[in-house]
Design a protein around this ligand. Structure first.
Ligand SMILES: [Fe+2]
Length: 262
């Protein structure tokens, strides 16, 4: 959510123009194709300066991790959990949409029976979270969390509401592009991936230091869903498609912030 994502009061005082200039300077110095993951230490994203890892990752024994990692069974996930518009007695406000896609490995093979979890703001850009107190309305008919398992073709599918953009305190008048947070558990807990999906044509893209911390333009574009008219449902919902690749050179980017808050 980003409400607490402030490195200091000084950083929050930066203007959008100052942050945009920093983003553009970094982009201008970037050699295309040199990086595919977000920068851990990305000064325009102020809090990344203080909370990025400074040491190499600790190597974990996958089998040992499995002894204390969370476990779930396929029966624990109900099909109804994939419909975020049907969790309350009434209809949530906003643009109803279907978000679907395939989870693939680096060789293009479907990752089957994969737990996919999503969380998101409501249509007004507000999360149900005590730290999100910005003056946009909560929706009594929308919680903003869902999960499903991929099918035999690696396909996940959610029905939800298009989230709104929201302000955060990285700098003065900072706004996040609309996005949906995704978490995927691999076949092992150590493969867990957290990332964000964006919507095509968002005017906030060039202004957002989190989106721009992925400095490679092609890699950044892989975080943006595609509007797909074949996914829409007549008189019911629009539709977006977004595939997720867990390994290999075209893998979807891991989110820098392990708190996954913004
Ligand atoms: Fe968010």
């Amino acid at each position: 959510m980003g409400v607490t994502a402030v490195a200091s009061s000084d950083s929050a005082a930066s203007s959008q123009a100052e942050v945009t200039a920093e983003i553009e300077a970094i982009a201008g110095a970037y050699t295309e194709g040199a990086e595919s993951q977000p920068r851990l230490d990305y000064p325009p994203y102020r809090s990344s300066l203080l909370r990025h890892p400074t040491k190499a990752p600790q190597q974990a024994d996958p089998e040992g991790v499995e002894l204390w990692a969370p476990v779930f069974g396929q029966l624990d996930v109900d099909d109804a959990e994939a419909d975020l518009t049907a969790q309350h007695d009434g209809e949530p406000q906003g643009e109803r949409m279907v978000v679907t896609g395939r989870v693939l490995d680096g060789d293009g093979r479907p990752v089957r029976r994969q737990l996919v979890e999503v969380w998101q703001a409501n249509a007004a850009g507000r999360y149900i979270h005590e730290r999100d107190q910005h003056p946009a309305p909560l929706d009594p008919h929308f919680t903003g969390m869902g999960r499903c398992l991929t099918d035999d073709d690696g396909v996940y599918r959610f029905t939800t509401i298009k989230p709104g953009p929201y302000p955060w305190r990285n700098h003065r008048n900072a706004w996040r592009p609309a996005h949906i947070h995704f978490s995927l558990f691999g076949t092992e807990f150590t493969q867990r991936m957290i990332t964000q999906m964006y919507f095509p044509g968002d005017p906030l893209f060039p202004l957002d230091p989190i989106f721009q911390s992925v400095v490679d333009p092609a890699a950044r574009s892989r975080l943006v869903a595609t509007y797909d008219h074949d996914v829409t449902q007549p008189e019911w919902s629009t539709g977006y498609r977004w595939d997720i690749v867990l390994t290999g050179p075209h893998r979807t980017l891991l989110e820098v912030d392990t708190e996954a808050a913004e």
